[in-house]
Ligand binder design. Structure first.
Ligand SMILES: *Cc1c(COP(=O)(O)O)cnc(C)c1O
Length: 384
């Protein structure tokens, strides 16, 4: 991160890091540099270091500097999607014969990338319960190159102690990667807890308005950041100028949005835990959640994602999703508008039959920032 921002508080960094006034016009937000190539002043005479927009683009640079500042990292890199970021990371760090440890509760697309793509290239993986430090330790072998953690996890809201897993990773000499999509850097700072790389789907809370797909990597270390930047350019799945710009715009309100997401979620959890049709509520803010203490230690608040199980099995869960009106039935999460979905048939259909299969009676909510009374009324009528 540029040293200019290290002393600033999160909300200030979110608005100012990377957002220097345009040198040409003084525009207070970085313009959308919708351009592929740059005029050179004589052969090799680059103005500001830009030569071709796959390698670097000023709007993307602004976002990348902002991302590094928000995660407290040395280097931020923006990609066309979260999975493009993950793919670049895995193909930079891994080679045939290597082994990775992945969580038993991960984003379905992450699992698919490991199981259907990366494994074909000769990298194998073990599935661990990353909430249990002994399970992580037991899954590491002498070919392990990285441990992957997602916390809170999707869709079961499991919590992993980042600092504890970082200790295991350090001892084994392997890298720790944390998918920080559910928490966002406002709620949780994995690099400060010992992670080597943070992964984001910018599509979710960072963009925050369900209007863009993007991904990011942020590294604690300059050398790994350089290596990933080399591969980002060599592989090419970069974030475009407009996508970078709209994510940068979304991030300015990240802190206030996350506060409201968390507040609304807490009130909805309170209602759900008392509802006769709800058999279990999965939310790290609940004292009975097995990860509650760790979450309270490593997160500022507990976020806007809730999962719950309903009486009556799969059909009843599907019915709740279908009856919701203000909660929009749809995949994805992290936008200002509330969403509801059935993981078993929607986001997590690709993990059916695997170690990552989710309960059929599970409903997942992405609680938005609407008035919470309207959200509560909609859920009550959907539960019937
Ligand atoms: C959505 C998501 C991803 C993948 O990101 P895309 O932008 O959809 O490619 C990865 N991890 C988590 C936790 C996600 O929610």
């Amino acid at each position: 991160m540029s040293d200019q921002h290290t002393h600033q508080n999160f909300e200030t960094r979110a608005i100012h890091a990377g957002n220097t006034a345009d040198p040409l016009t003084g525009a207070v937000v970085p313009p959308i540099y919708q351009v592929s190539t740059y005029k050179q002043d004589g052969v090799g005479g680059l103005r500001g270091g830009y030569e071709y927009s796959r390698s670097a683009n000023p709007t993307r640079t602004a976002l990348e500097e902002n991302l590094a500042a928000l995660e407290g990292g040395r280097r931020g890199l923006a990609f066309a999607s979260g999975l493009a970021a993950e793919d670049c990371l895995l193909r930079t760090l891994l080679a045939p014969g290597d082994h990775v440890v992945i969580p038993n509760d991960a984003y379905g697309g992450t699992f698919r990338l490991f199981a259907k793509v990366v494994e074909r290239w000769g990298v194998d993986f073990s599935v661990a319960n990353t909430s249990d430090i002994e399970s992580v330790r037991g899954a590491v072998n002498d070919r392990t190159k990285l441990i992957w953690v997602e916390t809170p996890s999707n869709p079961l809201l499991g919590i992993t102690d980042i600092e504890a897993v970082a200790g295991v990773a350090r001892q084994a000499g392997v890298k720790l990667v944390v998918d920080n999509t559910f928490a966002s850097p406002y709620l949780q700072q994995p690099l400060a807890l010992g992670a080597d790389v943070v992964v984001h789907s910018l599509t979710k809370y960072m963009g925050g308005h369900s209007d863009v797909v993007g991904g990011a990597l942020v590294t604690a270390d300059e050398a790994l950041g350089e290596e990933l930047a080399y591969h980002q350019n060599a592989m090419g799945a970069v974030a475009g100028p407009f996508d970078s710009w709209i994510v940068l715009r979304g991030i300015k309100t990240l802190a206030v949005r996350m506060d409201r997401h968390s507040e609304n979620a807490a009130k909805i959890v309170e209602m759900l835990t008392q509802h006769p049709k709800v058999t279990q509520v999965l939310y790290p803010g609940l004292p009975e959640h097995p990860g509650h203490e760790v979450a309270a230690k490593q997160m500022r608040s507990f976020g806007g994602m809730i999962s719950f199980r309903v009486q009556g099995g799969e059909e009843a869960a599907v019915e709740v999703c279908n009856r919701a009106q203000l909660f929009t039935l749809g995949e994805s999460l992290g936008g200002v508008e509330s969403l509801i979905e059935h993981p078993g048939r929607m986001t997590h259909a690709s993990v059916a039959g695997s170690a990552l299969e989710v309960p059929a009676d599970l409903v997942r909510l992405s609680v938005g920032i609407e008035n919470v009374d309207d959200l509560l009324a909609d859920l009550r009528q959907a539960l019937g």
